[in-house]
Design a binder for this molecule. Sequence first.
Ligand SMILES: [Zn+2]
Length: 485
Amino acid sequence: MDPRYPRPLKIHLVSSTDSPEFTDFTQSLTRSRIIAFDAEWKPIRTHQSSFPTVSLIQLACQLISDSGESDDSVVFLLDLSSIPLPSIWELLRDAFVSPDILKLGFRFKQDLKYLSSTFSSQGCEQGFDKVEPFMDITSIYQHLQHSQPGRKTSKDIKSLATICKEVLGISLSKELQCSDWSCRPLTEEQKTYAAIDAQCLLEIFNVFQAKIIKEGCLIHSPTESTVNLGLKEVLEKLDVCNKIVRMKFHEALDIVRATTSFIYPNIATEEGMALRTRPRNTLPMDELLVRIVNKYGEEILLNDSDKRARTSKRKSKRRSSVGLICKEKQGQSFEDWQGPPPWDLTLGGDGHPKFLCDVMVEGLAKHLRCVGINAAIPYSKKPEPRVKNLLKNEQLLEIIETFQLKICEDQLMSRCTKCNGRFIQKPLTTEEAVEAAKGFQRIPNCLFDKNLEFWQCMDCNQLYWEGTQYHNAVQKFIDVCKLNE
Ligand SMILES: [Zn+2]
């Protein structure tokens, strides 16, 4: 039992399809009404023209046990670095779209994009394009807040750690989040961390479901709506509601018992594999869950553009070795640049502009970084003038025009101006940023409650946020680089 988690967790690492854990996994899929998903991938430091490769999927399955109880759960960690992906693609896709399984996730669309691209690149071209029925923990959290009368609701997008703390009273450790998830074997801490991240989603949902049962608003027929009832009246009705819930639950149990008797023997003899060819091998949801799904359920759809990795403004050009340009030969006076630039493909370059700016044009280096161009400043003691213009903005335009650099708006603010580094993949929330900034950077109080996105440099850890200054700077570079023209 993990000291940070109040309940013992059942964790199974699945590393091959030829293992007892895999059999256990396929059986559990057929016995799950609710599955919480999460995924881990190796944090990327360099630009990649594709999404990061997911190396682990966590599935926390809420199981219906043989006796019909539904409070048992188990977490499977699917090791995508060792399982041949085509052997589990269908299984996962079926689970993603099964009407019998409610899927839970925390801001899961991004995970799904990465999963889809990981599977596409390894023999499952279709990837994944749909998760339904689905509920996002962020929406569940908002419903939980709204249902507390008089409570001020926040528009902030809270981190999962905060939601867990508030709803479950437990503290999630985030220190392993950026660990290398592609290294094997996974440490015990990594396994526990990964499992908790999925398990806590189930538990948050259970709190939500308990609340719905308590408030009874989904139990009555539409004509008996409790929408206009005060808290007191709701409480008075509670006893009645509980009876109705119990009754419905027993009806559901009867269905479950009736179904299990002929489904389980098949699972046992065919070890779960043949089940994939059957149209419906899962157990139907109970009535309460059906009502929750009908009222609160969402879907995640990936279209073709979602599946393509864009050169986003946060991760664009590959950071490769720095080329030297703007260089005049000793003894020659400065002349306009002629011919293709040194990074040109025909000259054996990699097509990515990079600049080495000496300390005389340090300001220009920062401006170049602001528009997403790789610009290094070497520790040179002998400054020589290399651009004609004296002002940074004009120097920047001079360089852009001389080398015919194509700057697009996506590139703006995509590099750390302090060190030329690249940013993390996912923005941080204010709270995460405050935590990340501890000890070296202060996040001004005035930024709280503004629902800003924070970006951290992967090299020097400097934090940036999209406040007024950011927007002014973007506008300025749009003007300087003449992107509007
Ligand atoms: Zn930096």
